[in-house]
Design a protein around this ligand. Structure first.
Ligand code: HEC
Ligand code: HEC
Length: 235
């Protein structure tokens, strides 16, 4: 088994020629409209707060209790979990925890009193809190928690904008057989509304990350409208 080599196909950044940037291995990379987050031991963006046991749990069951895998990671887990032994999974987790990451500090959280945070908080309560929890706690092993979930904090917001616009489904494994569904909001919410809600989620309950702009949402909305065959050529 080549262990984390397979993971780098998605989780490492690519240079202009499509090759992996070796000095930034596993710092995060793009897979279509999904961002595969930093899985080094980086404290802010990576697995710095996760224990080896939590990482093993995520790889085995699709959830560490807070994050729930969806998109290409759900597929990676559904396809490869049966082939990995407990020792393999542990070896991968220990390896990831040994990678230092960039060590860059987290940006300061936006103040809850900012107008976009207030608007975002109201939108979150109405449209999202029933599933993701009034305090961003999610539903254990079924619906991703928002508080302390690194996939929500990434510098690249493609996953966030594409999932809110187009919906998603959670992983299903032998441990958790029914994957939950995330509805699409493209028909319901404007670019500005989605940007505010995501900005609120990225800066509440201990989270801190840069604001999401309406332009980022508009760009993704355009990309999702393209027929499947043309999407790849946009990047
Ligand atoms: C096909 C692409 C792909 C492959 C291969 C892949 N991943 Fe992922 N991974 C992703 C995506 C996309 C996410 C974000 C999932 C989400 O947002 O729900 C993710 C999320 C994760 C997370 C959760 C990160 C967090 O902070 O919540 C971990 C841990 C992880 N992957 C580890 C691995 C490991 C270890 C491997 C190799 C054994 C691997 N991945 C292989 C695409 C991939
Ligand atoms: C009916 C329940 C439901 C509602 C309502 C809902 N979600 Fe979700 N959400 C899910 C499920 C299920 C997933 C996919 C599996 C997962 O990652 O938990 C998900 C995934 C996500 C993700 C991707 C997380 C990741 O793993 O990368 C984001 C971002 C998100 N939701 C944001 C929102 C926002 C913003 C709203 C409100 C506008 C919202 N959700 C409303 C159930 C819901």
């Amino acid at each position: 088994m080549d262990g984390a080599g397979h993971c780098a196909a998605c989780h490492s950044p690519r240079n202009g020629l499509g090759g992996a940037v070796v000095s930034e291995a596993l710092y995060g990379g793009l897979v279509g409209t999904w961002f595969a987050p930093n899985i080094t031991n980086d404290r802010h963006l990576g697995l710095g707060d996760s224990s080896v046991e939590q990482i093993v749990d995520y790889l085995k069951t699709g959830s560490d209790g807070v994050a729930v895998a969806s998109g290409p990671m759900a597929e990676a887990i559904e396809n490869s979990t049966p082939h990995l032994t407990a020792a393999d999974l542990r070896a991968i987790a220990v390896y990831l925890k040994s990678l230092p990451g960039s060590g860059l500090p987290a940006p300061e959280a936006l103040a809850a009193s900012e107008p976009r945070m207030q608007r975002g908080g109201q939108g979150y309560e109405v449209h999202c809190s029933a599933c993701h929890g009034t305090a961003g706690e999610g539903v254990s092993h079924m619906i991703t928690g928002i508080a302390g979930n690194k996939a929500i904090l990434a510098g690249n917001t493609d996953t966030l904008t594409s999932v809110v616009l187009g919906g998603a489904r959670a992983v299903h494994t032998h441990t958790y057989v029914t994957g939950a569904g995330m509805p699409a909001f493209d028909w319901k919410l404007s670019d500005a509304e989605i940007a505010d809600i995501l900005t609120f989620m990225r800066n509440s309950w201990g989270n801190s990350a840069t604001a999401v702009t309406p332009d980022e949402v508009a760009k993704m909305r355009k990309q999702l409208e393209l027929p499947e065959q043309m999407r790849a050529s946009v990047r």
